[in-house]
Design a binder for this molecule. Structure first.
Ligand SMILES: [Cu+2]
Length: 258
Protein backbone atom coordinates (compact mmCIF):
# COMPACT_ATOMS: atom_id res chain seq x y z
CA UNK A 1 0.00 0.00 0.00
CA UNK A 2 1.21 3.53 -0.74
CA UNK A 3 2.14 5.57 2.31
CA UNK A 4 -0.05 8.32 3.73
CA UNK A 5 2.65 10.78 2.72
CA UNK A 6 2.60 9.66 -0.94
CA UNK A 7 -1.19 10.06 -1.07
CA UNK A 8 -0.87 13.50 0.53
CA UNK A 9 1.68 14.57 -2.09
CA UNK A 10 -0.59 13.34 -4.93
CA UNK A 11 -3.67 15.15 -3.54
CA UNK A 12 -1.70 18.39 -3.03
CA UNK A 13 -0.28 18.19 -6.57
CA UNK A 14 -3.78 17.61 -7.99
CA UNK A 15 -5.25 20.59 -6.13
CA UNK A 16 -2.42 22.89 -7.28
CA UNK A 17 -2.68 21.67 -10.89
CA UNK A 18 -6.44 22.24 -10.87
CA UNK A 19 -6.02 25.77 -9.50
CA UNK A 20 -3.39 26.60 -12.13
CA UNK A 21 -5.57 25.14 -14.90
CA UNK A 22 -8.59 27.19 -13.85
CA UNK A 23 -6.46 30.36 -13.57
CA UNK A 24 -5.14 29.77 -17.12
CA UNK A 25 -8.69 29.22 -18.41
CA UNK A 26 -9.56 32.73 -17.21
CA UNK A 27 -6.41 34.26 -18.72
CA UNK A 28 -7.06 32.90 -22.23
CA UNK A 29 -9.24 34.96 -24.57
CA UNK A 30 -11.11 32.08 -26.15
CA UNK A 31 -13.33 33.93 -28.60
CA UNK A 32 -13.62 37.08 -30.75
CA UNK A 33 -15.87 40.01 -29.75
CA UNK A 34 -19.31 39.15 -28.39
CA UNK A 35 -21.76 40.85 -30.75
CA UNK A 36 -25.03 39.09 -29.96
CA UNK A 37 -27.18 38.28 -26.95
CA UNK A 38 -26.55 34.59 -27.70
CA UNK A 39 -22.76 35.07 -27.62
CA UNK A 40 -22.71 35.91 -23.89
CA UNK A 41 -24.58 32.77 -22.81
CA UNK A 42 -22.64 30.56 -25.21
CA UNK A 43 -19.29 31.82 -23.94
CA UNK A 44 -20.29 31.35 -20.29
CA UNK A 45 -21.42 27.79 -21.09
CA UNK A 46 -18.12 27.09 -22.83
CA UNK A 47 -16.14 28.39 -19.89
CA UNK A 48 -18.16 26.33 -17.40
CA UNK A 49 -17.49 23.22 -19.52
CA UNK A 50 -13.76 24.02 -19.57
CA UNK A 51 -13.70 24.53 -15.79
CA UNK A 52 -15.59 21.26 -15.24
CA UNK A 53 -13.13 19.37 -17.47
CA UNK A 54 -9.99 20.62 -15.69
CA UNK A 55 -10.40 18.65 -12.41
CA UNK A 56 -11.43 15.53 -14.39
CA UNK A 57 -8.31 15.75 -16.54
CA UNK A 58 -6.19 16.37 -13.44
CA UNK A 59 -7.70 13.42 -11.51
CA UNK A 60 -7.13 10.99 -14.41
CA UNK A 61 -3.56 12.21 -14.97
CA UNK A 62 -2.78 12.16 -11.24
CA UNK A 63 -4.00 8.57 -10.82
CA UNK A 64 -1.87 7.45 -13.81
CA UNK A 65 1.27 9.23 -12.58
CA UNK A 66 0.66 8.10 -8.98
CA UNK A 67 0.37 4.46 -10.13
CA UNK A 68 3.54 4.69 -12.18
CA UNK A 69 5.31 6.21 -9.18
CA UNK A 70 3.94 3.95 -6.39
CA UNK A 71 3.33 0.61 -8.10
CA UNK A 72 6.29 0.45 -10.45
CA UNK A 73 8.31 -2.77 -10.58
CA UNK A 74 11.41 -2.64 -8.41
CA UNK A 75 14.61 -4.63 -9.06
CA UNK A 76 14.09 -8.26 -8.02
CA UNK A 77 10.30 -8.18 -8.62
CA UNK A 78 10.48 -9.24 -12.28
CA UNK A 79 8.84 -12.64 -11.69
CA UNK A 80 6.20 -11.46 -9.19
CA UNK A 81 2.54 -11.18 -10.18
CA UNK A 82 0.06 -8.52 -9.04
CA UNK A 83 -2.66 -9.33 -6.48
CA UNK A 84 -5.65 -11.18 -8.10
CA UNK A 85 -8.38 -8.54 -7.53
CA UNK A 86 -11.89 -9.23 -8.89
CA UNK A 87 -14.13 -6.16 -8.82
CA UNK A 88 -14.80 -3.58 -6.15
CA UNK A 89 -18.49 -2.77 -5.88
CA UNK A 90 -18.11 0.43 -3.89
CA UNK A 91 -15.55 1.82 -6.36
CA UNK A 92 -17.70 0.84 -9.34
CA UNK A 93 -20.79 2.52 -7.87
CA UNK A 94 -18.75 5.69 -7.36
CA UNK A 95 -17.18 5.82 -10.79
CA UNK A 96 -20.59 5.28 -12.38
CA UNK A 97 -22.60 7.65 -10.19
CA UNK A 98 -20.23 10.65 -10.24
CA UNK A 99 -19.83 10.86 -14.05
CA UNK A 100 -23.60 10.33 -14.44
CA UNK A 101 -24.45 13.26 -12.18
CA UNK A 102 -21.77 15.41 -13.79
CA UNK A 103 -22.85 14.63 -17.36
CA UNK A 104 -26.56 15.10 -16.64
CA UNK A 105 -25.93 18.51 -15.05
CA UNK A 106 -23.75 19.70 -17.94
CA UNK A 107 -26.24 18.39 -20.52
CA UNK A 108 -29.10 20.07 -18.62
CA UNK A 109 -27.26 23.39 -18.47
CA UNK A 110 -26.35 23.18 -22.20
CA UNK A 111 -29.98 22.44 -23.03
CA UNK A 112 -31.18 25.52 -21.10
CA UNK A 113 -28.65 27.77 -22.90
CA UNK A 114 -29.57 26.35 -26.32
CA UNK A 115 -33.28 26.71 -25.53
CA UNK A 116 -32.82 30.37 -24.47
CA UNK A 117 -30.69 31.16 -27.52
CA UNK A 118 -33.28 29.75 -29.89
CA UNK A 119 -36.36 31.17 -28.17
CA UNK A 120 -38.55 33.17 -30.55
CA UNK A 121 -38.93 36.73 -29.26
CA UNK A 122 -42.10 38.85 -29.58
CA UNK A 123 -40.56 41.05 -32.26
CA UNK A 124 -38.33 39.65 -34.96
CA UNK A 125 -37.26 40.53 -38.49
CA UNK A 126 -36.46 38.05 -41.26
CA UNK A 127 -33.53 38.14 -43.66
CA UNK A 128 -33.05 35.58 -46.43
CA UNK A 129 -29.49 34.35 -46.95
CA UNK A 130 -28.39 32.58 -50.12
CA UNK A 131 -25.14 30.66 -50.39
CA UNK A 132 -23.63 29.67 -53.71
CA UNK A 133 -20.11 28.85 -54.85
CA UNK A 134 -18.51 31.11 -53.63
CA UNK A 135 -20.50 34.07 -52.44
CA UNK A 136 -23.22 35.06 -49.96
CA UNK A 137 -26.17 37.20 -50.97
CA UNK A 138 -29.00 38.59 -48.88
CA UNK A 139 -32.62 39.39 -49.50
CA UNK A 140 -34.55 41.84 -47.38
CA UNK A 141 -38.26 40.92 -47.70
CA UNK A 142 -41.14 43.34 -48.27
CA UNK A 143 -42.12 43.27 -44.59
CA UNK A 144 -38.77 44.91 -43.90
CA UNK A 145 -38.46 47.28 -46.85
CA UNK A 146 -42.09 48.45 -47.01
CA UNK A 147 -41.83 47.90 -50.75
CA UNK A 148 -40.38 45.32 -53.11
CA UNK A 149 -37.75 42.99 -51.63
CA UNK A 150 -34.15 44.17 -51.83
CA UNK A 151 -31.31 41.95 -53.02
CA UNK A 152 -27.85 42.81 -51.85
CA UNK A 153 -24.38 41.40 -51.30
CA UNK A 154 -24.22 43.41 -48.07
CA UNK A 155 -25.58 42.29 -44.75
CA UNK A 156 -26.92 45.03 -42.48
CA UNK A 157 -28.75 44.24 -39.25
CA UNK A 158 -30.23 46.60 -36.65
CA UNK A 159 -28.74 46.60 -33.16
CA UNK A 160 -30.95 45.09 -30.45
CA UNK A 161 -33.48 43.48 -32.81
CA UNK A 162 -33.77 39.72 -33.14
CA UNK A 163 -33.09 38.52 -36.67
CA UNK A 164 -34.16 35.19 -38.09
CA UNK A 165 -31.89 34.21 -40.96
CA UNK A 166 -33.52 31.85 -43.47
CA UNK A 167 -30.79 29.98 -45.28
CA UNK A 168 -30.92 28.77 -48.89
CA UNK A 169 -28.32 27.17 -51.11
CA UNK A 170 -28.20 27.33 -54.91
CA UNK A 171 -25.71 24.48 -55.32
CA UNK A 172 -23.87 22.54 -52.60
CA UNK A 173 -23.90 22.48 -48.80
CA UNK A 174 -22.42 25.57 -47.14
CA UNK A 175 -22.51 26.73 -43.54
CA UNK A 176 -23.50 30.27 -42.59
CA UNK A 177 -21.36 31.26 -39.63
CA UNK A 178 -20.95 34.57 -37.84
CA UNK A 179 -18.25 33.94 -35.22
CA UNK A 180 -19.07 37.15 -33.34
CA UNK A 181 -22.67 35.91 -32.93
CA UNK A 182 -21.42 32.37 -32.00
CA UNK A 183 -24.01 30.79 -34.27
CA UNK A 184 -23.72 28.61 -37.34
CA UNK A 185 -26.08 26.51 -39.40
CA UNK A 186 -25.72 24.34 -42.49
CA UNK A 187 -27.05 25.80 -45.73
CA UNK A 188 -28.49 22.85 -47.64
CA UNK A 189 -29.84 22.77 -51.21
CA UNK A 190 -33.55 21.89 -51.37
CA UNK A 191 -34.43 22.87 -47.81
CA UNK A 192 -34.54 26.08 -45.78
CA UNK A 193 -32.66 26.11 -42.51
CA UNK A 194 -32.77 28.88 -39.94
CA UNK A 195 -30.92 30.53 -37.17
CA UNK A 196 -31.62 33.55 -35.05
CA UNK A 197 -29.47 36.07 -33.26
CA UNK A 198 -30.03 39.36 -31.50
CA UNK A 199 -27.06 41.62 -32.36
CA UNK A 200 -26.15 43.76 -29.36
CA UNK A 201 -22.86 45.43 -30.29
CA UNK A 202 -22.35 47.98 -33.06
CA UNK A 203 -19.61 47.18 -35.55
CA UNK A 204 -18.65 45.05 -38.53
CA UNK A 205 -17.92 41.35 -38.13
CA UNK A 206 -16.88 38.55 -40.49
CA UNK A 207 -19.32 36.10 -42.04
CA UNK A 208 -17.69 32.81 -42.91
CA UNK A 209 -18.66 29.74 -44.90
CA UNK A 210 -17.72 26.94 -42.54
CA UNK A 211 -18.22 23.85 -44.70
CA UNK A 212 -15.77 22.92 -47.44
CA UNK A 213 -17.82 23.73 -50.54
CA UNK A 214 -15.26 23.72 -53.34
CA UNK A 215 -12.07 25.35 -54.55
CA UNK A 216 -13.11 28.90 -53.61
CA UNK A 217 -14.38 27.94 -50.15
CA UNK A 218 -11.74 29.94 -48.29
CA UNK A 219 -12.81 33.06 -50.21
CA UNK A 220 -16.48 32.64 -49.36
CA UNK A 221 -16.60 35.45 -46.84
CA UNK A 222 -18.77 38.44 -46.19
CA UNK A 223 -19.31 41.04 -43.49
CA UNK A 224 -22.21 41.72 -41.19
CA UNK A 225 -22.71 45.36 -40.22
CA UNK A 226 -24.52 45.87 -36.93
CA UNK A 227 -25.90 49.42 -37.06
CA UNK A 228 -28.42 51.47 -35.09
CA UNK A 229 -32.07 50.89 -36.10
CA UNK A 230 -32.18 54.43 -37.55
CA UNK A 231 -29.11 53.77 -39.72
CA UNK A 232 -30.60 50.44 -40.75
CA UNK A 233 -33.76 52.17 -41.98
CA UNK A 234 -31.64 54.74 -43.80
CA UNK A 235 -29.62 51.98 -45.48
CA UNK A 236 -32.82 50.17 -46.56
CA UNK A 237 -34.12 53.47 -47.99
CA UNK A 238 -30.87 54.05 -49.89
CA UNK A 239 -31.02 50.52 -51.32
CA UNK A 240 -34.61 51.06 -52.41
CA UNK A 241 -33.60 54.27 -54.13
CA UNK A 242 -30.72 52.55 -55.99
CA UNK A 243 -32.89 49.57 -56.90
CA UNK A 244 -35.60 51.95 -58.12
CA UNK A 245 -33.12 53.88 -60.27
CA UNK A 246 -31.81 50.67 -61.85
CA UNK A 247 -35.25 49.10 -62.25
CA UNK A 248 -35.48 50.21 -65.88
CA UNK A 249 -32.54 48.03 -66.89
CA UNK A 250 -32.98 44.84 -64.86
CA UNK A 251 -34.71 44.32 -61.56
CA UNK A 252 -32.87 41.04 -61.06
CA UNK A 253 -29.58 42.92 -61.06
CA UNK A 254 -30.64 44.76 -57.92
CA UNK A 255 -28.25 42.62 -55.93
CA UNK A 256 -25.25 43.96 -57.78
CA UNK A 257 -26.05 47.47 -56.60
CA UNK A 258 -25.28 46.50 -53.02
CU1 LIG B 1 -17.83 27.07 -48.27
Amino acid sequence: MPSRRAIGVAVAAAVIATAIGIAISFAIHWFPAQASKQAHETDTLYHVLVIASIPIFVIVTTVILFSVWQFRMRPGEELKDGPPIHGNTRLEVFWTAIPTVLLLSLVGYSFVVLHNNEKKPAREIQIEVTGQQFIWSYQYPSALTGGPPINSYQLYVPDGVSVQFNLHSKDVIHAFWVPAFRIQEDVVPGITTHWRATPDRLGSYPVVCNLLCGLGHSLMRSTVHVVTPARFQAWIASQRATAGAGAGTSSAAGGASG
